[in-house]
Design a protein around this ligand. Structure first.
Ligand SMILES: Cc1ncc(COP(=O)(O)O)c(C=O)c1O
Length: 413
């Protein structure tokens, strides 16, 4: 049963996150508003990794000894947990290093050639953009994209004309890491499938923050990272529909993914092992499983509701500050908890530096989404992102900090 039925008690949650108790610059308490870059980790995740190393450390899927067997159980148990979390079959979950590697796995194994098209959007993180550019360079396929409206939504007016029988795959974000925009992925997937194309959703910013069910979304591939969902670095996930993974050649090759190796050539295991060469990241998988348990205990509906209330508060608070422009939708409709903004007359790096002096940690720059910033008419922005442990008082600290930065740089009284 949930520790926090119905709603999240952020204060109680904070007690599980040791780092949130520390002070930072000038003795200020840490106000961590950069979970979109990486989330903090609760003791449950730290303990899971530590206890794996203390009690069970062995190489999974190798050797006959007890520790190896236990490591295999931990690793495969984590796979089952992740699969249940996103409504997938166990064999449809491939562990990767992160979301970036998961997307590259598809981009490097997809068969494409001259005449084929890949459809992406202007809203993508570079992780869901550069691999497709590279695929087109390698294979002679053509890259097409949907534009972004001035409000930071996807411009779907041209979806029908851009989706043709030439479209091999549509790759779209499930939640923008800059504007928080949640595109209508289910609708896009339906249209793509009608045109005969495959669909990959970049869920790096959605799986940590809202309930995600791959069947309901209707996508063929889904990519996300453990470290943005309370889990460890070094582990990510590619969901792929079983029949598609079955037909895909390996990406990275070596030990653990082979069936028979002869000097003349090799055959490969079925998925997911086919895509997991080398000794797997078992401690990281144990940590990710603990993160999934933690989020499941909170309830993903409650996580989304908590972030929505923080985001609504932040949008209201920032709108009240003269000279601040919010990038992207200014309501919480179809929008997650990433709030990027410009402060007139102050460079984002300067805003970030002043906030840091006050203990408020935000991200500044183009957030690996350069084309999106160009489309919105800015070079860079400051971005606050919220998660389960953030409080309304921290949103106020952000707004106060922005006002202070304006006074500091003499752009407002
Ligand atoms: C929307 C989105 N996609 C992909 C990524 C890449 O994630 P990772 O660096 O963990 O591979 C990020 C990371 O910021 C992201 O925000």
């Amino acid at each position: 049963m949930s520790k926090f039925p119905g709603h999240l008690d952020a204060e109680a949650i904070r007690a599980d996150f040791p780092v949130l108790a520390r002070t930072v610059r000038n003795g200020n308490p840490l106000v961590y508003l950069d979970s979109g870059a990486t989330s903090q980790k609760p003791v449950q995740v730290l303990d899971a990794e530590r206890s794996f190393y203390e009690l069970h450390n062995g190489a999974a899927h190798r050797g006959t000894h007890l520790l190896g067997e236990e490591a295999t159980d931990v690793y495969e148990g984590a796979r089952a947990k992740v699969a249940a979390f996103i409504g997938a079959e166990v064999g449809e979950v491939v562990f990767t290093k992160n979301a970036t590697e998961a997307i590259n796995l598809v981009a490097y194994t997809l068969k494409a050639g001259p005449g084929d098209e890949i459809l992406i959007t202007e809203m993508e993180h570079h992780a869901n953009l550069v691999p497709w550019q590279q695929l087109c360079e390698r294979t002679g396929a053509t890259l097409r994209w949907l534009n972004v409206t001035p409000e930071g939504r996807l411009d779907l007016d041209h979806l029908d004309s851009l989706l043709t029988e030439r479209t091999k795959l549509v790759a779209v974000t499930h939640q923008s890491n800059v504007t928080g925009t949640i595109p209508p992925v289910t609708e896009i997937a339906r249209a793509a499938h009608e045109a005969g194309a495959l669909v990959l959703a970049d869920a790096a910013q959605s799986v940590p923050h809202q309930p995600v069910d791959v069947a309901a979304l209707g996508v063929d591939f889904l990519a996300f990272s453990g470290h943005k969902m309370l889990g460890p670095y070094g582990i990510g996930v590619l969901f792929g529909r079983a029949r598609l993974l079955e037909a895909m050649p390996p990406f990275l090759t070596g030990g653990s993914m082979i069936e028979v190796v002869r000097m003349e050539g090799s055959t490969f295991l079925p998925p997911p092992q086919r895509f997991e060469p080398g000794v797997p990241a078992v401690a990281e998988a144990a940590g990710l499983a603990a993160a999934v348990d933690y989020l499941t205990g909170l309830g993903m509906g409650a996580v989304a509701a908590h972030e929505e209330s923080l985001t609504a508060h932040a949008l209201d608070a920032l709108r009240e500050i003269n000279g601040v422009r919010i990038l992207g939708p200014d309501t919480t409709k179809d929008r997650g908890g990433a709030v990027a903004f410009e402060v007139e007359g102050v460079h984002p790096h300067d805003v970030g530096q002043v906030l840091d002096e006050l203990g408020v940690a935000v991200r500044t720059g183009h957030h690996c989404a350069w084309p999106l910033h160009r489309a919105l008419g800015v070079q860079a922005s400051t971005r606050a992102t919220f998660y389960v442990y953030n409080t309304h008082a921290e949103v106020d600290a952000l707004a106060d900090g922005i006002r202070y930065a304006q006074r500091f740089f003499g752009v407002r009284q």
